[in-house]
Structure formats: structure tokens, C-alpha cells
Design a binder for this molecule. Sequence first.
Ligand code: SF4
Ligand code: SF4
Length: 267
Amino acid sequence: MAAQPEPMGFYTDTTVCIGCKACEVACKEWNQLPSTNGGVGTLSGDSYDNTRALDGIHWRHVKFVEQFTEDRKDGRWLLMSDVCKHCVHAACLEVCPTNAIIRTEFDTVVIQSDTCNGCRDCISACPFGVIEINPASGTAQKCTLCYDRLQSGLEPACSKACPTQSIQFGTIKELKGRAQKRVDQLHQTGEKRAYLYGADDKMLGGLNSFYLLVDKPEVYGLPPDPKMPSRNLKLGSWFSALGAIVVGLMGVISFRNRGANAGEERP
Ligand code: SF4
Ligand code: SF4
């Protein structure tokens, strides 16, 4: 029997991203994702970001966060290539009614288009706003962590294309070690704000695509404490069940009352 591969994923060091978008282009090219607006580009007006967000046809999105003084003489860009986090506890997978979302042998999360019915449940459930409908297929889509390439022993297209190794691919164990060394190095050289987002299992059991950040998660548009919606769903279904019992009991009581009244009226 073939050995089960170790969990694989991405470690993204945002401090070395140069915003070149080679990752976005490589992703689009490999996965044959359609262009936006039929290829007619429009400017967002938001720094150098014209991709705007992750969606069904953008499985990578390079964010540009400008932190400048008013006269723009001093400041910095925070650049971050965002993607599906391939959560160990994945909300999208949990809510999918057709089991179209699967966990692969690499511990990554993949949507199978042929069994997706486009109900959008996963879109609402993902705490990171990763999934959208791809208009070309009419199904929910997102990063597959290049499942087809992994199955052939190849590296994902985005990390292979990244010229600065901001996106690194490997086993989660190895990536965590590498990322922690980088945090220590940054602390020693004076960047005390460096930390890892999603590398430990406190966040949704761990994110198989985790980040080195140098500001609060919200600054990068990331939730500080993402939650599984299933807890709310479970609470909701308890309330629904309780409601059904109450309605049922009221029905029995009113039926019995009607029977008693009919008996009294009978001569
Ligand atoms: S980030 Fe969203 S889409 Fe990706 S695995 Fe987690 S819940 Fe699913
Ligand atoms: S390819 Fe690398 S350096 Fe270029 S935008 Fe993507 S993450 Fe940043």
C-alpha cells in the first residue's frame, strides 16, 4: 500500500512580496480561468490592485495595503498574496449538501465541479470570503492547491512562479519550522511586529495556507478570530427541533380540547 503523503500547503512571507502578480497570472494560466469582463480591464482606484477580491475566476489575489503619511514622504506598502486557507476544520466542506467539497490525501480542500449544484452554501460558510461562482461553469470554485499538479509530483503554479519565494510550498511541518526561523530573524533585526497567522491549531485546527504578517490581521482584510459556522447551525437546528415539538404539542392539546368540547355538546 502506498504511504499517505504528509499534509502539504503554503507558507506566505508577506515581507518579501514585491506585488508583481506573477502568482495571479500563473494561477489563471494553469487553471485556465476566464478573464474579467471579457478581457476589458477597468481600474479599481485602490492602489495597484485591479483584481479586487478572490472569487470564482480569481483564485489568487495580491492585496496592496498603503500605509503612508499624508504628504506621502514616508510609509510602506503591505503586500499579501491571498488564497484559500485549506483549513484543517473547513466550514465550506462541512456545509456542502452534495459532498462536492472533499479533503484530499494532501490534507487540502478541493471542490469537485461535477457534483456542485451551485447552492452557494459554501460561499456563505467560508469565514475568509474565498469562494464564488465561476460564471463559465456555474459552480462554486476556488484554489485547489493545484491538486492535479500535486498528483503528478509537481509544485503548485503560483509558488513556482513567485520570484521572491514569498509563497513557499512544502509539507506543513517543514514550512512551520522555516516560518518560525524567519519570524525570529525579523525580531532580531528590529521588526518586532512579525508573527504567524494561522500556523497553529488554535485557528480552525490550523490553516494549511498560513502567513507571516507585520500588522494586525484586519489590516490585511483577514478575520482576527475566524469561526466555524456549524456551531451556530447546530444551535439553529436545536431551536428548530424545539419549535417543532412545541407546535406538535399545541396541536395535540387543541385536538384533545376540540374532542372534549364536541363530547360536551353531544345530547
Ligand atoms: S478558506 Fe474558506 S474555502 Fe478555503 S478551506 Fe477554509 S473555509 Fe473552505
Ligand atoms: S509572485 Fe510572489 S512576489 Fe510576485 S506578487 Fe505573487 S507573492 Fe508577491
